[in-house]
Design a protein around this ligand. Structure first.
Ligand code: HEC
Length: 141
């Protein structure tokens, strides 16, 4: 009960919903949709696919509206000599809290977004961990 209330009053955070039927999509910020922290796939589709694309190729519907193009996340291992850089990816998803809101680089600071959804640090780590593992599962061989 308390938890539900927390979610409903949480600050606007960074899920991005491109508005359809325009040449250049605009990014609208909406509160993050609740997802299971246990499912990297569900979180990826809700939070990451708008920019990075369903298959993580960097071609999400919001990509044309961004100044900086989202990375093709399927190439991270290939670009790192065949080894998926899990620790780095975890840190990139969590984001650097020293950078301004949403990150200077156009990528939302997901650590802060997840912190707006729960105070449970274990759950936040689980979210970022499962997202990292899901991205790892999408690597091209
Ligand atoms: C608003 C659009 C947007 C959303 C939503 C978004 N990203 Fe990104 N992401 C970017 C952009 C733009 C970059 C490139 C930043 C750069 O090159 O400096 C990036 C870069 C990254 C990188 C760094 C890759 C590298 O080594 O260059 C990772 C990892 C990543 N995103 C994962 C995610 C995950 C996981 C999610 C969902 C939880 C997500 N992103 C959601 C826009 C987004």
């Amino acid at each position: 009960m308390l938890r539900a209330l927390c979610c409903s009053v949480s600050l606007l955070a960074c899920s991005f919903v491109p508005l359809a039927a325009q040449d250049k999509p605009k990014i609208k910020e909406v509160p993050p949709t609740p997802t299971s922290p246990a499912s990297g796939k569900e979180m990826f589709r809700s939070y990451c696919a708008p920019c990075h694309g369903m298959m993580a190729k960097g071609d999400g519907p919001a990509a044309p509206a961004l100044k900086k193009q989202p990375t093709d996340l399927t190439q991270l291992a290939a670009k790192n000599g065949g080894k998926f850089p899990a620790i780095k990816v975890y840190a990139q998803i969590e984001g650097d809290s020293m950078t301004p809101a949403h990150g200077a680089k156009g990528m939302p600071i997901w650590g802060d977004v997840f912190r707006s959804m729960t105070h449970n640090e274990g759950e936040i780590k689980m979210r970022i961990n499962n997202l990292t593992r899901y991205v790892e599962s999408l690597q091209v061989k």
